[in-house]
Every structure is written in structure tokens, then in C-alpha cells.
Design a binder for this molecule. Structure first.
Ligand code: LMR
Length: 334
């Protein structure tokens, strides 16, 4: 009897140790946009591939639409280890003290995605991610969204049309200057609050890639959208460094492969998602979409060029010059 009890106990203990050994490593991946955006889809893709490649040893739980945290809180939660993975927009690293990332906020610094990728997928991008390490953050990849356009309730054809308008931006000193350069009043606000602020008139307008505008239904509360494409908005996928380095090496390697695949996927679908969102906005009939002429676009570029001069010291003149060298942008020659 006694032997049987001991044996039963041993069997139970063995099973519970086995169960513990099989319990997946949970990675909470939080973000602030809708699931059907480039970032939303890429994070789901990563989750699926992570499960497949680790054979269930890692489970990536994706929380979209600020379900866990709003903009600023999510960065703090990552540093504390309450959430393991995020993909904040590049503008959100300035407030963390890594001002180099605000280089991405400079107006018209990239003409297109090919120019952008020379930075994000090259050595300058890698050096920027490395700057996150002293903050307890490991940067894994850059994911695209797209170029931002302005929306408001009145037509926007010239920079003067934004004069005196309260325009929501992300928390970035460079974006504040960008808005001031066209005479607007920058209003910093969390992404999850923008729809309501536009609806109630707390702000007059905003800037975002069309995929963000459309999936948050901002076009339903904005009468005009002008395709200014005046600045870039994309993401850095980041993890809590201690958590990442504490993972079993095989699992970490498989997750790195999943991340590489997810990055290819993200950067492949981003443009398509924004194109489809623009179609959706047009079809809704709620917003008038305006494509500026070449001359009109140049007027925006010229109005915003002083931001490059004024904010150069903030992100570092050398860094800016090395980006200009890759992209060919010159704020003095417009
Ligand atoms: C915003 O706050 O406008 C963006 O950063 C949202 C996002 O993550 O795309």
C-alpha cells in the first residue's frame, strides 16, 4: 500500500514536470493599430510562424488596437517586462531618449520606399537599433507602413490651408516643428484617442498613412484628405532584452527566422494595404481625396524644408548627412 502510494506520487510528479516542460513560452505582442493593417497582419504572421518553427514551444499572443496599452504606456510596460514585444512607430523612440529615430520624421526625407530601405534595411538602421540596448530593449527589425497624408474638414491644397489648424501628431519634437512650419498648431495625443478628438472637434485634422486613417474610420469624421505623402511612418519591432537573451538558444534562433520572414511579409504588403485603404476611403464617399499637383507638392516641400535645418542638431548632423547621402535629399536645393 505504502509502495503504491509512493509510486502514484512519483507518477504524478513526473507528469507535472513534463507538463511544465511543455508549457509554451508566452510572448505578449502589443500594438495600437487595427488587426487589418500592415503591422496588425505582420504581427499575426509572426505569431503563426513562431508557433510553427518552434513547434509550439513559443506562443506569441497578439493584442491589437491598444487592447493592453496605449502609446506611451506600452514602452514602459516593455521595459518593465510586463509585455515582451512591441512594434512602436519610429517617432515613439524620441521620447524614450533615443533621438536619432526622429530622423525618420523629417519631412520629405525619403521619396519612396526604395530610398527608405537603404536606411532601414542597411547599416544605418542596424546602428540605430543598437542604440536601444542601453534602454533594456533589443531591436529586431524595421517594418514598413507608409507615407503620411494630411486630413481636415476643409480642403488642403497649399501649406496656408493648414494655418491655425489644430493637428494631431505623435509625440515628436520634429513633428511639432513640421506642423509649425505650415502654421499649424501641433497637438500631441495617443493614437487610440484620435478618432474621438476628430469627431468632437478637439482637433481639426491629423496626419497618418491611409491604412491607419481608414481602419480607425477617421475618414468618416474628416471631410478632406490630401495625398501630401510628406513624411514616413514605420515601425521598429522590439523585445525586452533580458527576456530575449534568457530564451533557450534554439527557440531564440527559430524566432529570429520567424521575424525575418515576417519582415519580408510586412514590407511586401504595406504598400498594397495602403492602396486598398485609399480605395476604401474613396468608395466610402465620406471624404474628398485630393492629389496635389507637382507644383503644389513642391510648395509643401519648400514650406517644410526649414525643419531640416532647425532640427538637425537634435538628431545629429552626421546622421542626417549620412541619410541624405543615401537618399539624395538636400533641403537647401528645392
Ligand atoms: C500613430 O500614433 O499615429 C501611429 O504611431 C500609430 C501606429 O502605430 O501606426
Amino acid at each position: 500500500m505504502k509502495i503504491r502510494t509512493v509510486f502514484a506520487g512519483l507518477v504524478a510528479a513526473t507528469f507535472s514536470v513534463m507538463a511544465m516542460a511543455q508549457a509554451p513560452i508566452v510572448i505578449k505582442f502589443s500594438h495600437v493599430v487595427a488587426a487589418d493593417t500592415p503591422k496588425g497582419k505582420a504581427s499575426e504572421f509572426f505569431s503563426k510562424r513562431a508557433a510553427e518553427l518552434t513547434k509550439g514551444k513559443a506562443k506569441v499572443e497578439v493584442y491589437a488596437n491598444s487592447a493592453l496599452y496605449k502609446d506611451k504606456e506600452e514602452m514602459e510596460a516593455l521595459q518593465l517586462g510586463a509585455v515582451q514585444m512591441l512594434a512602436p512607430s519610429l517617432a515613439k523612440f524620441g521620447p524614450l531618449g533615443v533621438k536619432e529615430f526622429e530622423a525618420f520624421d523629417f519631412p520629405y526625407i525619403f521619396d519612396d520606399t526604395a530610398e527608405l530601405h537603404r536606411i532601414t534595411q542597411g547599416p544605418i538602421g542596424a546602428a540605430m537599433l543598437a542604440k536601444l540596448e542601453p534602454k533594456g530593449i533589443k531591436g529586431l527589425a524595421f517594418w514598413d507602413n507608409g507615407f503620411k497624408s494630411f486630413s481636415a474638414n476643409t480642403p488642403i491644397k497649399t501649406p496656408a490651408d493648414l494655418k491655425g489648424k489644430k493637428l494631431r501628431i505623435q509625440s515628436s519634437k520634429v513633428l511639432e516643428e513640421e506642423i509649425r512650419s505650415v502654421g499649424g498648431l501641433p497637438q500631441v495625443m495617443a493614437f487610440s484617442e484620435v478618432y474621438q478628438a476628430l469627431q468632437t472637434g478637439v482637433v481639426d485634422g491629423t496626419e497618418n498613412p491611409i491604412s491607419n486613417l481608414y481602419t480607425q474610420k477617421m475618414h468618416e469624421v474628416q471631410k478632406h484628405l490630401t495625398l501630401t505623402n510628406h513624411g514616413y511612418l514605420g515601425y521598429a519591432v522590439i523585445v525586452n532584452k533580458k527576456f530575449w537573451e534568457g530564451l533557450p538558444a534554439d527557440v531564440r534562433g527559430q524566432l529570429e527566422t520567424a521575424m525575418k520572414e515576417a519582415t519580408v511579409y510586412a514590407n511586401k504588403i504595406a504598400q498594397e494595404e495602403n492602396d486598398q485603404a485609399l480605395e476604401g476611403v474613396k468608395k466610402s464617399g465620406k471624404t474628398t481625396v485630393y492629389t496635389p499637383t507637382k507644383e503644389e507638392k513642391l510648395a509643401f516641400k519648400k514650406a517644410m524644408a526649414p525643419v531640416h535645418i532647425k532640427m538637425a542638431d537634435r538628431v545629429g548632423k552626421d546622421l542626417l548627412q549620412s541619410i541624405y547621402k543615401e537618399t539624395g535629399f538636400d533641403p537647401n536645393k528645392l
